[in-house]
Design a protein around this ligand. Sequence first.
Ligand code: SAH
Length: 391
Amino acid sequence: MSISQVDNDTMASEVFSTDRGQDTSDPDPIHAVEKTSDPLTELDRQELEDAMAALGVPRFRGRQIFHWLYRRGVTEFPSMTNLGRELQARLATTCAIASPAVNAKQTSTDGTTKFLLGLADGRQIEAVYIPDTPAQTFCVSTQVGCAMACGFCLTGKMGLTRHLTAGEIAGQVRVLAHETGLAGTPFNIVLMGMGEPLHNYDATMKALRILADEEGLAVHPRRVTLSTVGIVPALEKLATEPFMPNLAISLHATTDEQRSELVPINRKYHLVDLIEACRRLPIPRRRRITFEYVLLDGVNDTPEDARRLASLLAGLKAKVNLLPLNEAPGIPFTRPSDDRVNAFARDLAERGLTVSVRKSRGRDIRAACGQLIVEGARPSTGREAAQKMNR
Ligand code: SAH
C-alpha cells in the first residue's frame, strides 16, 4: 500500500476491525507481559546466550542470533544462515521471535513517517520516524495508551491499556531502523511516543540496554532522550542506572495549582519535589536536563509564567523546550500565536535560560507530540490506573 494512500479513515477502520476480532475485556497488564515474555526478542544478549546454554547449544549462538535480529533485521531462523540447518530447525520448533508488524504507514509532507505497529496480542501502537532534525530520530512508545491523563494530550484521553514489554519497545526501533535503512548509521531515539516511560520502568530500561548493545544497534545513551511527567521515585532510581539517557521533564506549568490541573500526577509529586529531584540527578558534564513546556494560549504563557519558570529553574543545568500546543479535537486549549510564542521565548532568554521552540513535525498526519492515538481504541480501565496513580 503506498503511504500517501493511507488516510485516517482507512486506518481507523483497519484498527477497528482488528479490535473487533479480539477479546474486548481489558487485559491484565501483568498477565499480558508474562504471555509475551517467552520470545527471544524479550532477552538481552546475555540472556540470549544463557538461553542457548540452557538448550545445550554453545553460548556464541546467542550472540549470533542477537546480531541477526538487531544488526541485520532478520527475524526468521531459516534466514540466519550461519546457524546451520540443524540448529535453525530446532530453534524454529522451540523458540519464538516476536516482531511488531507494520500494519500501516503514513508519510507527512515534511518526510515524517508514522508507523502503525501491530503487537502479538493484536494491540496496536504508533512509532514515528522524524528525518533530518538534523539527526535522524525515532520516536517510540512505551505503553499502549497512557495513564497520565494530561489535559492537552490526545494519547492521555485513551487511558492505559497495558505496558509494553522490553522486546516490544526495542522492537519498534529495530523495525523502524531496518524499514528506513538506517540500521548501522547513527540515529537518535526519543521516548516521546505513546505512554509514560517511568510508569513502565523496568521494561523501558531493559529495552535501552538491548538497544545499546554493541552486537546490535549500538545506540549510545547520549543518543536517547527519555521524556517524563516526573514520577519522583522513578527519577531517583534512574539516577542509579549505569545507562542514564538524556532527560526531558514535562513541566508545563509553574504553580502546583496549575500543574495539578494540566498534569494530574502533580497531585502526587509536587513541583518542589520534582525540581529538587532534578537538582540531585547526576548530570554529566556539558549535559543538561530539558524542561518541556507546552504553550497554551492565555493559560500558561504570560510574562508572569515566564518569570516563575526562570526562578524555578534557577541554578539547574537546564534548557527549556517550548512546545506550542498541537491542537486536536477534544483538547480544550488553543495554540498561542507565533508572536506570543516568540515573546515568551525571548522573555526566558533574557532571564538567562537556554530556550528552543519545538518545530512541530508531521502535524498533517497526526504524528506530532501528544497526537498519537490508535483510532478506534476503546477507553479502558487505564483511567482507573490513572486515578490510582494520581491519588
Ligand atoms: N509521557 C511522556 C511522553 C509524552 S510525549 C511525557 O509526558 O513526557 C512528549 C511531550 O509531548 C510531552 O512533553 C507531552 O506533554 C507533550 N505533549 C502532549 N500533548 C501535546 C500537544 N497536544 N501539543 C504539544 N505537546 C504535547
